[in-house]
Design a protein around this ligand. Sequence first.
Ligand SMILES: Nc1ncnc2c1ncn2[C@@H]1O[C@H](COP(=O)(O)OP(=O)(O)OP(=O)(O)O)[C@@H](O)[C@H]1O
Ligand SMILES: [Mg+2]
Length: 218
Amino acid sequence: MKTLALVSQKGGAGKTTLALHLAVAAHRAGLQVAIADLDPQSSAWKWSERRREHPEAVVTSAEQLNHLQAQASAGGLDLLIIDSAPHADRPALVACKAADLVLIPCRASILDIDAIGQTHDLTTIARKPSWVVFNACNTSTEFDLEEARGGLQERGIPVYPRAIYQRVSFSRGFIPGKTAVEIEPGGRAATEVQDLFKWVAAEIGIEIPAPSSDIEAA
Ligand SMILES: Nc1ncnc2c1ncn2[C@@H]1O[C@H](COP(=O)(O)OP(=O)(O)OP(=O)(O)O)[C@@H](O)[C@H]1O
Ligand SMILES: [Mg+2]
């Protein structure tokens, strides 16, 4: 089993949004996946309660996370996705230590970029590979995004080569416990999530199962 953590000390960066979208993408790709909700706000768990179908989110704490991870692995899960809380150093460090790969969602604004160092330091302490993912980008600020990406890379902070843009379907899908890919299949948000998921799967070392038609044809 592999573990992916979404970590950012900054509130509202998109941890929960990306955790839930990646979990649904993994589930739809045929993987056994669950979400560990480490945030006392329990946003992921509340979404899961509205959803009432896979993938499921389970409430946990920094103290319980390693136990939950062991149980998930023993239960045959392929991927555990940790959604963590902002402004919480210790739980964030626990999440980083538990992870094989850490994604740091970041809005493309100078205030958010300035705050990245603190979160990146946690991944360095935990000795885990981490990538900043620019989220909720405005389509008209492509130039600034490139500049921001270059600036972070100069500081030795890797940045996901693509980006997730500000799209209504990312938040609208949450109301009925869905994600963008389910309410707007083939839409741009769905494509961005699919690209991110494929990239994460390759980076973390998870093989995406072939669709059953491919298996039959083989
Ligand atoms: N790409 C996006 N497009 C549109 N809305 C987005 C996008 N990403 C996040 N949002 C919205 O921004 C808000 C904050 O996102 P989210 O809750 O995922 O951030 P978070 O990092 O989990 O926040 P917290 O630190 O409070 O846990 C939510 O209302 C969410 O719907
Ligand atoms: Mg959240």
